[in-house]
Design a protein around this ligand. Structure first.
Ligand code: KG4
Ligand code: ZN
Length: 385
């Protein structure tokens, strides 16, 4: 089976082709292979403005999508006629951008008489954890299916790898979203909390802009923070950890960005332009975000007796966040001493926006028979998981 995935929800034009082999003998052995996954980034364009301008992004998507689409097919060595269904992100995201992808696949589906599966971008960031991990084009992943449940099959020999997975707590942190989600099974989600203002990635992007660092801010801040030599620097800025001690699972990062601004503004120009100050501030803002994210995620894992913690979204590409999560999630989080929670995070290239994650999400929905005719596909910029 060949799946075409498309994502134009923000500033990346992404197209992917996934191939899913039929099961060898029993239902759980399906293999997934990414035949091609191309992300055309608009970073250079938006870097000039320090953020994404929706109408500029839309124009770029319109220009790039047909080209990226052709390139992806070519790299996958397949023709359009081989595609079995189309997966497209319909929300959440920037409305003008989402429409570019949706209109493109509607045309295609009409012409080729193909079904479409509308995809939620947040769910796709979670499902990115089931993409093949290897670096090579030939890497495959064996999908841990809930197909048995969906199709009501009864093979009792099922290894059901999923048994030890759920409930899971998913943390999706990107430029547009910061959400803590309870996942009780594949396709079963409940939002526990989310940001009340800026997303974690947005905070990093804005803080970077204040400090004179390039867009996107997350990787720029991480690079500066990694160069800090704390022992030689004694002007350590201290930033707040917003909502850390509040019992809910919501976040708020806009105050953090303002605290960066005030600290920066109050320093003498000589200090605030110094490499050491920029590095120290980068390390502090990054750590403030990490502290809040880890603390709330672990608390949710404890409360919901989660067996797994799942990360996703562009900010999950952050090396320090990954490292500290790995350490923290292997500690006994107040549960019986031997308790260890599984910790999943996608390879970095699948944390940031891509269309392979859209394709794999669609496959899980396809198993439930959720495909639609092109006439019934619409954008919802505020779509909820
Ligand atoms: O998921 P994504 O590619 O797009 C959205 O759906 O928003 O996330 C982009 C966000 C940006 O805010 C960017 O600064 C952040 O992810 N980001 C990072 C890193 N790479 C990207 N933040 C921290 N560390 C990184 N290495
Ligand atoms: Zn995203």
């Amino acid at each position: 089976m060949i799946i075409l995935g498309i994502d134009t929800s923000c500033d990346d034009t992404s197209v992917a082709i996934l191939k899913i082999d039929p099961p060898p003998k029993i239902w759980w052995g399906r293999k997934l292979k990414i035949l091609s996954n191309i992300v055309s980034s608009q970073v250079k364009l938006h870097a000039k403005y320090g953020g994404v301008y929706p109408f500029l992004a839309k124009r770029e998507h319109q220009k790039n999508l047909p080209i990226v689409f052709e390139k992806t097919l070519k790299r996958a060595k397949i023709s359009v006629k081989e595609i079995d269904f189309i997966a497209v992100t319909v929300g959440p995201g920037l409305e003008p951008c989402l429409w570019v992808g949706v209109n493109f696949v509607k045309e295609l589906a009409k012409k080729l008489r193909l079904p479409i599966i509308p995809i939620n971008h947040i769910e796709a960031h979670i499902m990115a954890n089931w993409l093949p991990i290897g670096q090579t084009q030939n890497s495959k992943t064996e999908l841990p299916f809930m197909e048995a449940k969906v199709k009501k099959r009864t093979e009792s020999s099922s290894p059901l790898k999923t048994q030890n997975l759920f409930p899971a707590i998913c943390l999706v942190v990107s430029g547009g979203h910061s959400q803590l989600i309870l996942m009780n099974d594949f396709l079963k989600y409940k939002i526990l909390g989310e940001t009340r203002d800026d997303a974690a990635g947005e905070c990093l992007d804005k803080a970077a802009r204040i400090l004179g660092l390039p867009y996107p801010g997350g990787p720029a801040i991480a690079a500066e923070a990694a160069n800090l030599k704390p022992k030689t620097y004694n002007l350590t800025p201290k930033l707040p950890r917003p909502m850390l001690h509040q019992k809910n699972y919501d976040f708020s990062f806009s105050g953090l960005k303002t605290a960066v601004l005030y600290d920066f503004r109050d320093r003498p120009p000589k200090i605030r332009k110094s490499k050491e100050y920029i590095r120290a501030m980068s390390a502090e803002v990054q750590q403030a975000i990490i502290d809040v994210l880890i603390s709330k995620t672990l608390r949710a894992a404890e409360e919901y007796k989660a067996k797994t913690i799942i990360l996703g979204g562009g900010v999950a590409a952050n090396e320090e966040l990954r490292r500290q999560f790995k350490v923290q999630s292997s500690l006994p989080t107040g549960r019986p001493a031997k308790f260890k929670v599984n910790f999943f995070v996608p390879p970095k290239k699948f944390c940031t926006d891509n269309a392979a994650m859209v394709g794999i999400t669609a496959f899980f929905h396809y198993l439930k028979g959720e495909s639609r005719n092109w006439q019934k596909i619409f954008v919802n910029a505020n779509l909820r998981i």
